[in-house]
Design a protein around this ligand. Structure first.
Ligand code: F6P
Length: 375
């Protein structure tokens, strides 16, 4: 099938000082997407006499189906503190990128077509893991790409920190803080389920910051007996309550030992719980007789305004992305290494997760203060 028609936008002035870039936000949103786009745009407007920024709507979908609009410099004003994304976003799974759409459209060819038709100098992609994989695919296809590390999960390989993470940590921590007072009044076990299917950075940070007694992470499969022992030990010490911070992807040792197929089969035969926290809660009640309450802050963790840390980080990452464009250094993701803002080749980032090492210092320190990881 042929590519969709792309209305052409006349180039105002194309000289060494002019620059036309495309921009999109992809995957799950987070609080600092607008702040980051602002950082890129403000820097570009400073660097080039004539800047045109074309915003693609709803992530790669806008690039595939040529849904875009020209952004004005005023679009980037007043958005530093605004959550969400002015461009909209959507999940376009990487594994389906090479699969034609329902009308037989070749998505990769369509994206290249839109890019070329618009005569973009480069495409700026703000995204998490899947989005970085697609960014790398487009790089392999010959497009000039600069990407930025977005996700509340902080699981992108190649960067110490992603923007959005600390804002989400604040919200998840606040949830645990609020639970603390009610937990103390009632003497119950409380579970706060924190976002993160494959990695537990958000749960670990929020759990530590919120003073959780037990933290369960996807990277450290738990033994339910150890979890129960930790609760019983607290009761023995006269503590009236226990708080668990549990990642969405927390998994038992037993289940972690199974193959994906075996696990799927096992789940078919079990009681279906709304989520992992409820399943763990039921096991705790069964073994301790204690009342358990579950709180799932869910998508509130991605909502609201970016925290000051993220605003600073986004501004710095955005400024560096613009710098890469000025230097025509394409095929890189801007990144944080210690206090430095740097960049890493996309092919190194794509498809690699930054998980928590169970032997890392932060886990050892947490254990030292008495936190149980159920292992
Ligand atoms: O990747 C960010 C994230 O918020 C994860 O922490 C969470 O598991 C997932 O997205 C939720 O995705 P969705 O918004 O599609 O339900």
């Amino acid at each position: 099938m042929t590519c969709p028609p792309t209305p052409s936008i006349p180039i105002q002035r194309k000289d060494v000082f002019s620059m036309r870039v495309g921009m999109l936000t992809s995957g799950g949103d987070c609080q600092a997407l607008n702040a980051t786009m602002r950082g890129v745009a403000k820097s570009l407007y400073k660097m080039f006499e004539d800047v045109e920024i074309i915003g693609f709507e709803d992530g790669y979908k806008g690039l595939i189906y040529a849904d875009y609009h020209m952004l004005k410099s005023s679009d980037f004003s007043g958005i530093l503190t605004k959550g969400g994304t002015i461009l909209g976003t959507s999940r376009q799974p990487f594994k389906l990128m090479r699969v034609p759409d329902e009308f037989g459209l070749d998505k990769v060819e369509a994206m290249k077509h839109t890019y070329k038709k618009l005569r973009l100098e480069c495409l700026v992609v703000l995204g998490g893991n899947g989005s970085q994989k697609t960014a790398n695919l487009l790089r392999e296809e010959g497009l000039n790409i600069v990407s930025l590390p977005k996700t509340i999960d902080n699981d992108l390989w190649g960067t110490d920190m992603t923007f959005g993470f600390h804002s989400a940590v604040e919200i998840a921590t606040n949830a645990i803080d609020c639970i603390h007072t009610t937990a103390a009044s009632h003497g119950r076990v409380f579970i706060v389920e924190v976002m993160g299917h494959k990695v537990g950075w958000l749960t670990l940070y929020a759990g530590l910051a919120g003073g959780a007694d037990i933290i369960l992470l996807p990277e450290i499969p738990y033994d339910v007996d150890m979890v129960v022992n930790a609760i019983k030990e607290r009761t023995r010490q006269g503590k009236r309550f226990s708080i668990l911070a549990v990642a969405e992807g927390a998994i038992s040792k037993e289940d972690a030992a199974l193959s994906k197929k075996e696990l799927k089969e096992k789940k078919k035969t079990q009681v279906v719980f709304p989520s992992v926290a409820y399943e763990i809660g039921a096991m705790i009640t069964e073994r301790t007789g204690q009342e358990v309450r579950v709180t799932v802050p869910g998508h509130t963790q991605r909502g609201g305004e970016p925290c000051p840390f993220d605003r600073v980080l986004s501004t710095r990452l955005g400024a560096e992305a613009a710098n890469l464009i000025r230097e025509k250094k394409y095929g890189y993701m801007v990144a944080v290494k210690g206090d430095e803002i740097t960049s890493v080749p996309l092919q190194e980032v794509a498809g690699r997760l930054k998980t928590i090492d169970p032997e890392s210092a932060i886990i050892k320190e947490a254990k030292r203060v008495g936190i149980s990881f159920g292992d």
